[in-house]
Design a protein around this ligand. Structure first.
Ligand SMILES: *Cc1c(COP(=O)(O)O)cnc(C)c1O
Length: 457
């Protein structure tokens, strides 16, 4: 097979910024070892997130010009609405300024004390919005999803046996919603199979629990289904996506992921009564229902991006580029989550830095080392992000200690990715010199965004 090439040519370029290692030592210290506190002009290759960092296409930019900024009833909204109706089969479409705004609205209505939201794995903002409402979020990831180094085709699947048991224990009436995250961002960008979605839907239906999809990466997940699940090899991705959504009662989406947009999101659903409640809140927090916190131009960019993302040349290149980096690291013995996920490479920091205890945040320590060595910005997905404190004040660690290198869509070329591999491998060879970190300041929620840390002496 020939090289899978970037399925685009470049019309407009942005500079990237070079720094020296000496400069980066100071920058990292001044940012308190937190990548979120580093200025992006001090970053060479920015793999902090794939969220809102996509390169838009010339068609999307044309859509930006076409955007109609009428307060109510803009044609841009109707194009947005129609596109989402077509993809999801859901008639009620509510625009929001980004994914978490959809979550905030949804969980303000459905959440509250003594309620449980069940999921394969809730993303951090989703969990935070659930907890902020007073409810609790509970993850039931399949066994293979807990083992970073063992490959399996659908490691994002939900553990249906545990789900059934949980429903029996807590009572279906206390579970307002089941949420399947596709692909499973916090669990390594791993896909969920159609069979699993169907099985979860059956359990939900039997217990009268609605099923929502956290659809941020629906196209990547659909492409994995095409590649890996029996019976889907010859189906076009748009049909696979449509089937995936057909099992759900609704969805939340961040258009900053699989819609190639720099901002935006939406809620879509079938339930008229719920949609009415959502729109009532929307007007207070986001805006009128035909723009929901977005400009008309954003609605256009999202509508166009949602169709572009299902192009199979794009998806082949997208999935392959993550696999390409993953395989380069595996070849050198770097412990990474296997198989490659859809949007990011996940390094198993616990194995990479096995001399650093979890209480000293090995993931965050590795994030710092990658920045120092090569100006690469990544993010910890481990105990800094998910850790809690027990009543004794001791850290209750997250399930895994991962470092995520999220690849922005259509932004970097193969040589950028080769450079990233070289830096990681070099850091791996010198890993014993890396020190753990301790927190010196933190916020009560989503602490990883603002926490300040320093090296442990
Ligand atoms: C990014 C993301 C969200 C939140 O979306 P924002 O647009 O960042 O608010 C929710 N769920 C998943 C799985 C995500 O990746």
């Amino acid at each position: 097979m020939k090289t899978i090439i970037e399925p685009f040519k470049i019309k407009s370029v942005e500079p990237i910024y070079f720094t020296t290692k000496e400069e980066r030592i100071d920058i990292l210290k001044n940012a308190f070892y937190n990548p979120f506190l580093i200025r992006s002009n001090d970053v060479l290759i920015d793999l902090l997130t794939d969220s809102g960092t996509s390169a838009m296409s010339s068609n999307q930019w044309a859509g930006i010009m076409r955007g109609d900024e009428s307060y109510a009833g803009s044609p841009s909204f109707f194009r947005f609405e129609e596109t989402i109706q077509q993809i999801t089969g859901m008639p009620l479409v509510i625009p929001t300024h980004q994914g978490r705004a959809s979550e905030k609205i949804l969980f303000s209505i459905l959440g509250g004390k003594e309620k449980y939201f069940v999921s394969n794995t809730l993303f951090d903002t989703t969990r935070a919005n659930i907890e902020f409402s007073g409810a609790e979020g509970v993850d039931f990831i399949c066994e293979e999803g807990k083992l970073p180094s063992i490959p399996a085709p659908f490691k994002g699947n939900m553990d249906t046996d545990s789900l059934i048991k949980f429903i029996a224990t807590k009572g279906a009436e206390n579970i307002p919603l089941c949420i399947i995250t596709v692909t499973n961002n916090s669990g390594g960008g791993q896909p969920v199979s159609m069979a699993n979605i169907k099985a979860v839907k059956k359990i939900c239906t039997e217990n009268n629990i609605p099923l929502f999809i956290d659809a941020c990466r629906f196209a990547e997940n659909s492409y994995f289904i095409k590649l890996r699940e029996d019976g889907y090899a010859d189906k076009p991705v748009n049909e696979i996506a449509k089937e995936l959504f057909s099992y759900a009662d609704g969805c939340t989406m961040s258009a900053k992921k699989d819609a190639f947009a720099n901002i935006g999101g939406f809620l879509a659903m079938h339930d008229e009564a719920l949609a009415l409640q959502c729109r009532n809140l929307l007007v207070i927090t986001e805006g009128f229902p035909t723009y929901g916190g977005l400009a008309g131009r954003d609605l256009e960019a999202i509508a166009i991006g949602l169709m572009e993302v299902m192009d199979e040349h794009y998806l082949q290149y997208r999935i392959r580029s993550i696999e390409y980096l993953t395989n380069k690291l595996i070849a050198e013995g770097v412990p990474v989550m296997q198989p490659a996920g859809g949007h990011a490479v996940y390094i198993d920091a616990k194995a990479f830095l096995d001399h650093i205890p979890v209480e000293q945040y090995p993931g965050q320590a590795l994030v710092g080392a990658l920045y120092l060595e090569g100006g690469i910005r990544s993010v910890e997905i481990g105990s800094l992000m998910f850790g809690k404190y027990g009543e004794d004040g001791k850290l209750i660690p997250g399930q895994m200690e991962l470092v995520r290198l999220a690849i922005p869509r259509r932004v970097y070329t193969q040589s950028h990715i080769d450079y990233v591999a070289e830096v990681i491998i070099e850091v791996f060879q010198n890993r014993k010199s890396i020190k753990g970190l301790k927190i010196i300041e933190e916020a009560p929620m989503l602490r990883h965004f603002t926490a300040k840390l320093q090296p442990v002496e």
